[in-house]
Every structure is written in structure tokens, then in C-alpha cells.
Design a binder for this molecule. Structure first.
Ligand SMILES: C[S@@+](CC[C@H](N)C(=O)[O-])C[C@H]1O[C@@H](n2cnc3c(N)ncnc32)[C@H](O)[C@@H]1O
Length: 351
């Protein structure tokens, strides 16, 4: 994600993700009011929350505030639960390369929690045993820890030469992505099962698609990433990008479908699924017009693209993308947006 607070920053181009959080906020408040177990807690012990994949924080801060306010309300309305609100502490978790300096600069001054950053991959253990009371992750679990090796191996049937994503690719490519996603989620859940206290809650907001449509040889719903991919291929045809560079590049991102995600969650014995909601096209209305949509894409992809192709292609790539988007009868109409958001509330079972 683009750091800082400039024109192309994630901070300035993430209203789509923010729209997702706003859509699920009332459900999260309800779940905290009804499912969060505060019976054996003391107001002297800090209540710890962790946001896995916080980026530079502008969408994380309102989410953390919502969780804390919902807990405070619960303590207030159910007298006798605790003698008063505990101290709150928030761990902002993201990759080592995340722009944590911007996150700390942007922290709301009037916040009522202590804050700390935790750098590392959330597929690994990052926090002490049974130290987290509420885990949260929004729009982050769809990103891979790394590209599935088979997709970049010329001798593998899953090699994805000439393409940059699994949509419309051969079945083997799609299967390699799906398998990698399931493994990443398994690792995430295993790590969190160690970190979240018994009875603790976890809210996961995961971008997804409703179902795979399978016209001919296409194994997934087309997304705007396909348009970015087609611009890269166009530039390779014009000699502006080496063809081998396309062959060795794949987007490390996967959009699951609800049934698949639920099955992966059910395989983990340590969490119970308390709620599983599908929110239709959450941020649709937040991205009006090709420029806003291109800004959203650029903010999340630019670093990835620069690392592989170099910075000199970026302006032209996103100019081409904006034009393609504007002239695409399918993608420019928000009513054709097939994206959904899955909200899952999990509870850590007792040992
Ligand atoms: C699209 S941003 C979402 C940011 C914020 N949660 C929101 O809703 O706006 C995804 C974030 O997840 C982080 N992320 C992706 N994979 C990760 C991993 N394996 N470990 C830690 N953070 C990761 C990225 O670095 C990025 O900051």
C-alpha cells in the first residue's frame, strides 16, 4: 500500500474499504453487546485489541474506536460486570515495510487507548500467548504472504505465463491460488488461536465475490485487476515492458467465495463461528468515476508494481487503466460491481 498522505496514498484512496467497515459497524456493535464475555474480567486488567493489516491507520482508528465504545457501553449498561472501564491497548499490526510513521502521526489525539505497533506477517505468531481480547482484520486476508511457487514455475502445469492473475487463466492456476489462500488462512487462524484469550472475539472483514461464473475456460469472476493486467500486456506488446517481466509477475491477491471461506474457517477447531454475514458491494457508492477507481487501485498496487517493473511504467500504466475503465461498459457502471464483503465473528473456544 502507498504510505504517506499524498495524492496517491492509501490514506487518501481507501474510501472503498472504509465503506465496508461502515456497513458492518452495527453488526459488530451488536455482536460485542451480545457475545463478548466480560464476566471473569477485572477493570484493573487492560483490554487488548489487535488490528491485523492496519496500513496507515485511517480506517483502523474508527474501527478501534467503535470496538472500544461498544465495550464501554456494555460495561455501562450491564452494571456489576466490572467496576469501571479497563485501560484499552491497541496493537497495530502490519508488514515490516508498512508506513508505521504515518500511522503514529495520524493517531487521533483524543483517543482513549494506549497504542503500539507490531511489525511482521500475520501468518506468523506475533503476540504472546492468550494476550489479545479482541482481534480485528479488515480487507487484508485477501492478500497473499507470497505468490504460489507453481504459478511462477515454467515447468509446472500451473505456470501463468503471459497473464498476471488467475481469473480467466487455466484451471491449474486457479487451483494453485485457491490452495495457497486456504493455507494462508489456516496459518492466520492457528497463530491467532494461540494469541486470543478463551472467550475472546475476532472480527474478520474479507473482500470476496458472490460465486464463480464459469463461462468457457474462465475460473473466476473478472475483476478490475484483469483490466490492470490487460494494460500491462498492452504495454508489453508495444515493447514498453519486457514480455518475461509479465511472465514472472502475478498479483498476490485472491477473492474467495462465501462457501469456500466458511469451509476453511470450519476446519479450525479452536474458533466457533458466531456470525457469518455477506454484505453486498460495500463501497460501491464511494468510488464514483474512473479517476477515483484508478486512485483506489494505484494506492494498493503501486509499490508491488514498482518493485517488479520499475517506477517508470507507473504513470502510463494508470493513464491507460483510467481510459480503459472509463470506456468499459462493464466496469465503469457501479451497478455491475460484483464485489461483496464477508463479515465473520469468531469466538475463541475454551481449551
Ligand atoms: C488494503 S489494506 C487494508 C488496510 C485497513 N485494514 C483498511 O481496512 O483500510 C491491507 C493491509 O494488510 C497488510 N497485509 C497484507 N498481508 C499481510 C500480512 N501477511 N501480514 C501483515 N499485514 C499484511 C498490507 O500491508 C496492508 O497494509
Amino acid at each position: 500500500m502507498n504510505g504517506g498522505q499524498g495524492l496517491n496514498s492509501y490514506a487518501n484512496n481507501s474510501t472503498y474499504q472504509r465503506g465496508g467497515f461502515e456497513a458492518v459497524k452495527p453488526i459488530m456493535e451488536e455482536e460485542i453487546a451480545t457475545k463478548l464475555d466480560l464476566k471473569n474480567r477485572s477493570s484493573k486488567t487492560p483490554f487488548r485489541i489487535a488490528d491485523f493489516g492496519c496500513s496507515t491507520g485511517l480506517n483502523s482508528f474508527p474501527a478501534m474506536q467503535t470496538i472500544i465504545q461498544a465495550i464501554e457501553k456494555k460495561i455501562d449498561t450491564q452494571k456489576g460486570l466490572l467496576s469501571g472501564p479497563p485501560d484499552f491497548q491497541v496493537f497495530f499490526v502490519d508488514q515490516l515495510v508498512n508506513d508505521f510513521a504515518s500511522l503514529f502521526r495520524l493517531l487521533p489525539p483524543e483517543r482513549n487507548y494506549y497504542s503500539a505497533a507490531v511489525p511482521g506477517s500475520f501468518q506468523d505468531r506475533l503476540l504472546p500467548n492468550a494476550s489479545i481480547d479482541f482481534a480485528y482484520s479488515s480487507c487484508a486476508l485477501n492478500w497473499f504472504s507470497k505468490i504460489p511457487a507453481a504459478v511462477e514455475d515454467r515447468s509446472s502445469p500451473a505456470w501463468n505465463g503471459g497473464r498476471v492473475h488467475y481469473t480467466g487463466a487455466r484451471r491449474e492456476v486457479f487451483e494453485a491460488y485457491a490452495k495457497h489462500f486456504a493455507n494462508d488462512i489456516r496459518l492466520f487462524l492457528e497463530a491467532r488461536a494461540r494469541e486470543v484469550v478463551a472467550g475472546g472475539l475476532m472480527a474478520l472483514l474479507v473482500p470476496a465475490v458472490p460465486t464463480f461464473e464459469i463461462p468457457d475456460n474462465s475460473f473466476a469472476t473478472p475483476t478490475e485487476l484483469d483490466l490492470v493486467g490487460s494494460c500491462l500486456v498492452d504495454m508489453a506488446k508495444k515493447g514498453k515492458i519486457k514480455k518475461e517481466k509479465i511472465d514472472s509477475f502475478n498479483f498476490p491477491m485472491y477473492l474467495t467465495i462465501p462457501q469456500e471461506f466458511q469451509t476453511i474457517l470450519e476446519r479450525n477447531p479452536k474458533f466457533s463461528i458466531e456470525r457469518f454475514e455477506i454484505i453486498d458491494s460495500p463501497g460501491k457508492s464511494t468510488l464514483a468515476g474512473a479517476n477515483a477507481r484508478a486512485g483506489f487501485m494505484r494506492a494498493i498496487l503501486e509499490v508491488l508494481l514498482i518493485n517488479h517493473f520499475g517506477g517508470e511504467i507507473i504513470d502510463e500504466l494508470f493513464d491507460r487503466y483510467t481510459k480503459k475503465l472509463a470506456s468499459s461498459p462493464v466496469f465503469i457502471d457501479p451497478n455491475n460491481d460484483k464485489s461483496i464483503l464477508i463479515l465473520v465473528i469468531l469466538k475463541r473456544k475454551p481449551e
